[in-house]
Design a protein around this ligand. Structure first.
Ligand code: IMP
Ligand code: MG
Length: 183
């Protein structure tokens, strides 16, 4: 385990097991879709979850990407997520599957939903790898959440602290001393 971690939360195998459940849930939901849903990866945190999820699904989907930044080099959301890079496809009339890494304050998910519904999507389904309900500032819930976590800062499998630790193949709690030095 990486030395900056206090403890392991999930192994790669545990994550893959849940990815299968999330993919099966989406396959069932979109079994009767007449056109392929558009799966949107919210970069950068959901990159590995997104890739594993869409490759496990049986339903044909199209893919698009959006880069959203909410943190800077902190562990607290700014409350005003910024769209750094927008989608290339139009969401007008599409069934959209938004794939998030973690719903924390909820600001990012609310912003994404307003944006995508505002652009005329036919439906909006949010799937998140992690949910931190104790930290919510705005009332919002993903349609499918893989794991619930407490008020701890986690990294790995896409999740970062100041752009580090994303490529760890597992998820763990970051030692407080790592971010308390800086924040
Ligand atoms: P929200 O807008 O506060 O819900 O924040 C969502 C974003 O905050 C996520 O997409 C993550 O990038 C980041 N985030 C929240 N909690 C954590 C965490 O425990 N580890 C790493 N990133 C986190
Ligand atoms: Mg992040």
């Amino acid at each position: 385990m990486n030395g900056d971690l206090e403890r392991l939360v999930l192994s790669g195998e545990q994550i893959q097991q849940k990815v299968k459940e999330a993919a099966a849930w989406l396959d069932e939901r979109f079994a009767k879709a007449d056109t392929p849903p558009l799966a949107i990866c919210v970069l950068r945190g959901s990159v590995f979850f997104f890739c594993d999820l869409v490759r496990t699904m049986q339903t044909p989907v199209q893919l698009d990407f959006m880069t959203v930044s909410s943190y800077g080099g902190s562990t607290q959301s700014s409350g005003a997520p910024e769209i750094v890079a927008d989608l290339s496809a139009s969401v007008q009339g599409r069934d959209v599957i938004l794939v998030e890494d973690i719903v924390d304050s909820g600001h990012t998910l609310v912003r994404m939903r307003e944006l995508i519904e505002g652009r005329g999507a036919r439906s909006f389904t949010a799937v998140t790898l992690f949910d931190k309900p104790s930290r919510r500032q705005v009332s919002v819930k993903a349609d499918f959440s893989c794991f619930e976590v407490g008020d701890e800062f986690i990294v790995g499998y896409g999740l970062d602290y100041d752009q580090q630790y994303r490529n760890l193949p597992y998820v763990g709690v970051l030692k407080r001393e790592i971010y308390e030095k800086k924040n």
